[in-house]
Design a protein around this ligand. Structure first.
Ligand SMILES: C[S@@+](CC[C@H](N)C(=O)[O-])C[C@H]1O[C@@H](n2cnc3c(N)ncnc32)[C@H](O)[C@@H]1O
Ligand code: SF4
Length: 359
């Protein structure tokens, strides 16, 4: 298990709902911002009083954290006790990033930002329903650098309707030109209960996504960005600590509506709407909505399913001899562990079904 402790802070506001997004975000509740942040501060103080450990990583995600006034967001982060060298990330939409905002983040202890670039091609951004134009991304990255951030992430998505392989190659090369220390590239996923789910003609094609995955992995590898989890690439020492904590089943606390938390096999999540969250926390009650406790076997299975996706891989005996032989193109042995090859990463879900999870 990961030795650190993570904190997730959820900001549930967005300017516009992207039609592929299933996250718990709202476009009509900005008026709740101050009360919501006050409730989070109270919730954090209560957890600290109850012995919450110092955080080795903090991730402020959403939603759109950059819709909240930066100094108010910093007043929430101020409440979180940090371990020495803690990673503190805020997710940012490129349109919102200003130099002053980035300087305020730096002064408030934020040392990493994650920018939702998605694509650098105009018609693909429109197809994804994104509002920013590609020039804003360049400007945003220059502000991030000028404010003194030593590390940052760019998120990109492949597989939008109408995105050609050339469009994707352009996004990948534009991203490389920005010289990011970390990139997350996600295949567009059709999530249930989204607008995209109701429009089959706009759904991504598996073969097209596989071709695009190979392109991104080849170009990144040639430019010093190493794959360390199926959808994540980084320069050395720029891997995301908070991601690693999740993948190694570390403990974390979640603040805000719909935020998830985990402690030694017990997982719980907060009520989904910001108004309910505010109401419960301000009344001195727990905002927890539901929980589940995993048995040892389920935890072991999840551990292997998460680790097999990373470059650390899983112990050799996590697969039978026969399966290792049958999947010799998909698996390789590295430093005494079994790791997915690129072909294996493309079929990770199928490979994971063969994991042996006896405790
Ligand atoms: C929840 S968003 C929050 C950040 C910010 N609001 C944004 O959209 O850029 C985090 C990331 O999840 C990814 N994402 C969200 N929905 C997705 C989907 N259906 N398929 C693939 N990636 C998705 C996007 O790359 C996005 O940058
Ligand atoms: S993808 Fe990002 S901006 Fe779009 S609705 Fe989801 S959280 Fe908001």
């Amino acid at each position: 298990m990961h030795p650190g402790f993570g904190v997730y802070v959820h900001i549930p506001f967005c300017a516009k709902k992207c039609d592929y997004c299933a996250f718990a975000t709202f476009t009509d509740r900005h008026q709740l911002t101050s009360d919501y942040l006050a409730a989070m501060r109270k919730h954090i103080r209560r957890s600290v009083a109850n012995g919450m450990p110092r955080a080795s990583s903090v991730f402020v995600g959403g939603g759109t954290p950059t819709l909240v006034p930066a100094n108010e967001l910093m007043s929430v982060l101020e409440e979180i006790p940090l371990a020495i060298g803690a990673e503190v990330t805020v997710e940012c939409n490129p349109d919102d990033i200003t130099l002053v905002m980035m300087q305020t983040f730096r002064a408030g202890g934020v040392n990493r930002v994650s920018i939702g670039v998605q694509s650098t091609v105009d018609h693909v951004l429109k197809s994804l329903g994104r509002t920013h134009n590609p020039e804003n991304v360049q400007r945003a990255v220059s502000y991030v650098r000028e404010a003194g951030f030593k590390t940052f992430n760019l998120d990109i998505i492949y597989g939008a309707a109408g995105e050609t392989v050339d469009d994707w190659s352009r996004t990948v090369s534009d991203v490389v030109a920005l010289d990011p220390p970390h990139v997350s590239a996600y295949g567009l996923t059709v999530e249930p209960n989204t607008a995209l789910a109701t429009q089959p003609t706009r759904h991504p094609d598996d073969d097209d996504q596989a071709d695009k995955y190979i392109i991104v992995d080849e170009v990144f590898a040639a430019n010093g960005l190493t794959n360390y989890e199926i959808s994540n690439w980084a320069k050395p020492d720029h891997e995301c600590e908070h991601n690693s904590l999740y993948w190694q089943q570390g403990n974390y606390e979640g603040f805000g509506s719909a935020a998830h938390a985990h402690q030694d096999g017990r997982r719980w999540w907060n009520v989904r709407t910001p108004e309910r969250y505010i109401e419960l926390v301000m009344a001195g009650e727990s905002p927890e909505s539901s929980s589940e406790t995993l048995d040892a076997q389920t935890r072991k299975r999840e551990a292997l399913q998460l680790l097999v996706r990373t470059r650390e891989g899983v112990p050799i005996n996590s697969f039978s001899d026969a399966d290792r032989e049958e999947m010799s193109e998909l698996l390789e042995q590295r430093e005494g562990q079994i790791v997915l090859t690129r072909a294996g990463r493309l079929l990770a879900n199928e490979v994971a079904l063969r994991l042996i999870d006896t405790v």
